[in-house]
Design a protein around this ligand. Structure first.
Ligand code: ZN
Ligand code: ZN
Length: 345
């Protein structure tokens, strides 16, 4: 009975139904007119979409257990400790940095726009460093290992990643004067949209969302971010407003000629939890151990993934440059080939 009750509570919590059930039991529907009531009412939307996604995959015989198994196991492991650490990180940063805020903002629509732009900057920084600093890549890589896209991927994170992200995002926001209630509201929008952009091709085949693709970060852009194709590596770090990708030159549209290949560059045993969760730490430790001299050891920790003390770098920048170079050569060679072929005929 105790186990069933726990499972029931877990399911209600996961589906985001707690606030709606409370509302139904107390009959107090007026809470819907408050911000908290409204947020509680929309929280089942994403979990419901995940259920629909799985049902559709099963119906159309596209369901593959490996697409969902690992995110599910990771979700269960992160369930308590990861969330607790994130909340602690946010509370700590607010406590420490609020007194150093440049100025104070209030909960109004214009400060919401300002706060969101600042939040996106914090998100961009955490995410950019998550891809370009090897130690932080160890925290972030688990999220990039799934080899297909579906809503469960948004649950696949190393348990310390949330705390790492929140320390950077919260510190940037608090120092820039975003007040805590506004920050929590932004976090809710960010979390909901951040989950939705992982929607799989099973539900939304064309993730560009029409005209929105020009203005905000859509599932299509985030699919590009999860791709290991050289053209797509290390692009689209933002979450909802992709202004900072445009400012810092990391914005990339989905190219109709380059079909997305999900995953990371190294071979991962996707059936092995330890490879998915700790693989990057293992290879970093190995590189540090083998590196000659203390300076090289430190460089391995902080240089981008793929950096090598031998100079034979395979970083995203190097791989992409080589790809673009080969593309350029192919294009310049193409007319000559055509001419040659014409002469042969
Ligand atoms: Zn990423
Ligand atoms: Zn993602």
């Amino acid at each position: 009975m105790g186990l069933l009750h726990t499972l029931y509570n877990e399911l209600i919590g996961f589906m985001g139904l707690r606030a709606l059930i409370d509302m139904y039991q107390t009959g107090n529907y007026k809470v819907l007119l408050t911000l908290n009531g409204l947020l509680g009412a929309v929280s089942p939307v994403l979990p419901l979409l995940l259920v629909i996604e799985i049902i559709r995959a099963v119906t159309y015989r596209r369901f593959k257990i490996e697409d969902y198994r690992m995110p599910f196991i990771i979700f269960v492991i992160n369930r308590t400790i990861g969330r607790f650490l994130s909340i602690a990180a946010v509370a700590f940063c607010i406590g420490v940095f609020e007194k150093y805020a440049l100025f104070k903002t209030s909960f109004t629509w214009y400060w919401l726009i300002y706060g969101y732009i600042i939040w996106e900057l914090g998100h961009f920084l955490y995410h950019y460093w998550g891809h370009t600093v090897r130690l932080f890549w160890c925290l972030h890589a688990t999220h990039h290992i799934p080899q297909s896209m579906n809503l469960s991927v948004s649950y696949a994170h190393f348990f310390l990643e949330g705390a790492y992200a929140d320390v950077i995002r919260t510190t940037v926001c608090i120092l820039a004067g975003v007040n805590p209630p506004l920050l929590f509201f932004i976090m809710f929008i960010d979390g909901s949209w951040g989950g939705f952009i992982h929607v799989g091709e099973n539900i939304i085949r064309d993730g560009r969302l029409g005209f929105l693709n020009k203005w905000i970060l859509t599932p299509s852009h985030h699919r590009v971010h999860h791709a290991k194709n050289p053209l797509y590596m290390d692009t689209n770090f933002c979450n909802l407003l992709n202004i900072w990708d445009k400012v810092f030159g990391t914005f990339q549209y989905e190219d109709a000629n380059v079909s997305i290949e999900y995953g990371v560059s190294r071979d991962v045993n996707t059936r092995n939890f330890f490879d998915i969760y700790f693989g990057e730490f293992y290879y970093l430790a190995l590189d540090v151990w083998k590196a000659p001299g203390i300076l090289n050891k430190i460089r391995y920790i902080f240089m981008p993934p793929g950096w090598s003390h031998t100079g034979a770098h395979k970083t995203a920048v190097v791989v992409k440059r080589a790809y673009l170079e080969s593309l350029k050569q192919e294009q310049s060679a193409a007319p000559a080939t055509t001419l040659y072929e014409t002469e042969q005929r």
